[in-house]
Design a protein around this ligand. Structure first.
Ligand SMILES: [Ca+2]
Length: 289
C-alpha cells in the first residue's frame, strides 16, 4: 500500500470518527466553483458473460482540480439482473490529483442476454453517469466452449493471478502479464489441479489446453510437462482420458471418441518445464456435435 493510500485511509477514518459527511467537501467545492472532483467513466459500455468468471470492471476516474483534498462517495446502482461488487465506494482524492476506482459488474449464471444500465453518482445528489452493460448468455449446444466463464476451481492459485484466467476466453500467451492465465500457488510442489464444471452432465467431444508459450516464455521452458486430463462422469467417478508426459508444446488438443458425458473436466499437473509452477493460459471444452 502506498504512503498516499495509507494517509488517505487514516484521514477517512478520522473524518468518519468526527461525524463529518464524507461528500460535503466535494459538493460544497463544486457549488462554490473553486475547483472540485469530477467523475469520468473510462468506458461507457461493457460486455459481461453470464457466468461466474464473466464479470468485468467498470473503471471510474476521479480528478480533483482543487488545492484541497476531498472525500467523495460514488454510489453505484445496477439494473437487474446485474450485480456490482460495491453499492458505494468512498475515497479520498488528494489535491490536484486523481484516483481510479474499479467496481466489478457481474451477470448471474443463467441470466438472459440483453443490455442493462449501471448508474454512477458522485455524492448523493451529484452528477450521474450511466454505463451500458451488455450481457451475453453462457454458450451451450453444438460448437460451444462449455468451459468459458467457469465455474472453475484450482488446488491453489498464486496471489498475482486469478483462477478465472484459464477460462476467460483469451488463449493468447502473449497476454500472460495481463493475467489471462492461471498460475498455481504452491511453488515446486505437485500435483496441482485445475477443474471446470458444467453444472450437470454434458456430452463433450474435444478438450483443448493452452499452456504457457510466448516469445518471452516459450513452452519448452514454461508449459506443463507431465499431466493427466480427466473427466468426471455422471457416476461421480473421475476417468483419465489422456496421460501427457514430456510435453514441450503450448497447445494440445484431446479429441474424445466416442463422445463422453461429463459433469466436469480437470487437468492434474504433475510437473512443469520450469519446475516451479503449473501454468494454464486457457482450458476449452467443446461440444462439437
Ligand atoms: Ca485465458
Amino acid at each position: 500500500m502506498s504512503l498516499r493510500k495509507i494517509i488517505a485511509l487514516l484521514a477517512a477514518a478520522l473524518t468518519a470518527a468526527a461525524g463529518v459527511a464524507a461528500y460535503a467537501g466535494t459538493a460544497s467545492a463544486a457549488r462554490q466553483g473553486r475547483g472540485s472532483v469530477t467523475m469520468t467513466l473510462q468506458s461507457g459500455t461493457l460486455d459481461v458473460l453470464a457466468a461466474p468468471c464473466g464479470s468485468r470492471p467498470l473503471v471510474v476516474d476521479l480528478a480533483n482540480s482543487d488545492s484541497k483534498g476531498a472525500y467523495v462517495d460514488v454510489f453505484i446502482t445496477p439494473e437487474r439482473p446485474l450485480v456490482t461488487s460495491h453499492d458505494v465506494i468512498s475515497t479520498y482524492v488528494p489535491p490536484n490529483d486523481n484516483v481510479v476506482l474499479r467496481a466489478q459488474v457481474t451477470a448471474p449464471h443463467g441470466s438472459a442476454g440483453g443490455t442493462h444500465g449501471v448508474s454512477l453518482r458522485l455524492g448523493p445528489r451529484g452528477p450521474q453517469q450511466k454505463a451500458a452493460v451488455t450481457v451475453t448468455p453462457k454458450p451451450s449446444g453444438p460448437g460451444a466452449n462449455l468451459a468459458l466463464g467457469g465455474p472453475v476451481s484450482a488446488s491453489s492459485t498464486h496471489g498475482n493471478f486469478n483462477v478465472c484466467g484459464g477460462v476467460d476466453g483469451n488463449a493468447n500467451s502473449e497476454d500472460w502479464s495481463a493475467r489471462t492465465g492461471w498460475n498455481d500457488g504452491t511453488r515446486a510442489v505437485f500435483p496441482d489441479t485445475y477443474t471446470v464444471e458444467f453444472g450437470g452432465p454434458q456430452p463433450i467431444d474435444r478438450i483443448v489446453l493452452y499452456s504457457l508459450d510466448s516469445a518471452r516464455y516459450p513452452a519448452a521452458r514454461n508449459a506443463l510437462r507431465d499431466f493427466d486430463v480427466q473427466v468426471l462422469g455422471g457416476d461421480g467417478e473421475w476417468t483419465t482420458v489422456s496421460n501427457v508426459r514430456g510435453n514441450a508444446l503450448g497447445r494440445l488438443e484431446f479429441p474424445l471418441d466416442p463422445v463422453v458425458t461429463a459433469k466436469s473436466v480437470r487437468v492434474v499437473a504433475l510437473a512443469s518445464n520450469s519446475g516451479d509452477y503449473s501454468r494454464i493460459v486457457e482450458l476449452e471444452v467443446y461440444q462439437d456435435s
